[in-house]
Ligand binder design. Structure first.
Ligand SMILES: [Zn+2]
Length: 283
């Protein structure tokens, strides 16, 4: 159950997430233009510097009816969608990361929350960028892999494996041992590497191999397998739908990164529930 306190904090987390989402759109635009992150935001069409009134997540978009205040050209729907998605995702992470908040709040639950926000932020950028350009930006993926590695390393130092298993119900993500994480990375990225090798890069890009390294480190076993399964399931459903509606044929490419990221988010947030539900089907 959600307490009033949690609901109040969730609202602030939602607003915070939407602000991060707004920043994230800016990062994506500058990655596309290979520009640095410094300087004020501006309209991509007329280059007019945006004022504070134009920078409220979603509300500015709605008030301006999706058009630039200065040149009246359409603002991409990517902007409000990414803001909304980041806001919702941050709330979901907050609620599953801190079920006993504030009594259960300690250094590690806070560190884990910050880490989860950071990883989600990186994955949303990869999601949007891969969807638009069929490319996973190393500038975002590599730092995410390194920070995940460092975080998991210290988490393992701080807790013995047995403590982690006992606390698993209270914590999101996977609190697996180092060996488990290494195995998860080898299995997940090895799988994509094999596909990449056999198809000579036609069925999967090398970006997916690298993204699978992040997934393995982040989720561990068996959660990474759940994420991969969901990614292929959603990929197949969307692929068939696109063929039925005649947008793509069997030979056209669909970027796979977004599916991997949706699978990762679902596994990150709900893997214990999904795995329990699955096993109950057979008992
Ligand atoms: Zn403009």
């Amino acid at each position: 159950m959600i307490t009033t306190l949690q609901a109040t904090i969730s609202l602030f987390v939602f607003i915070f997430g939407m602000c991060i989402g707004s920043f994230l759109n800016c990062v994506i635009y500058r990655l596309e233009q290979s520009k640095s992150l410094k300087g004020r935001s501006f309209c991509p069409h007329c280059k007019h510097t945006l004022s504070w009134k134009d920078l409220f997540p979603i509300f500015s978009f709605l008030l301006l009816r999706g058009k630039c205040r200065y040149c009246r050209k359409n603002i991409s729907i990517q902007y409000p969608l990414a803001e909304l998605a980041t806001g919702i995702l941050f709330v979901l992470i907050f609620l599953s990361a801190s079920p006993n908040w504030p009594s259960g709040l300690g250094f590690w639950s806070f560190a884990r929350l910050c880490f989860m926000f950071y990883v989600s932020y990186s994955m949303i950028i990869i999601f949007v960028y891969d969807l638009k350009h069929y490319l996973i930006p190393d500038k975002v993926l590599f730092p995410a892999i390194i920070i995940t590695f460092i975080y998991k390393f210290f988490e393992n130092l701080a807790f013995s494996h047995w403590d982690l298993i006992r606390n698993l119900k209270l914590e999101i993500g996977n609190s697996a041992s180092v060996l488990n994480l290494v195995l998860a990375v080898v299995i997940a990225s090895g799988f994509f590497f094999a596909i990449w090798l056999v198809s000579r890069g036609k069925w999967m890009g090398f970006g997916d191999v690298k993204l699978a390294v992040l997934m393995g480190l982040l989720l561990g076993l068996p959660n990474v397998l759940l994420a991969l399964f969901l990614a292929f399931l959603f990929g197949a459903i969307i692929g068939v739908m696109l063929m039925v509606f005649d947008k793509k044929n069997l030979k056209s490419e669909i970027p796979f990164g977004p599916f991997l990221i949706i699978g990762t988010f679902i596994a990150m947030l709900w893997s214990p529930q999904i795995i329990n539900w699955y096993f109950k089907l057979f008992i």
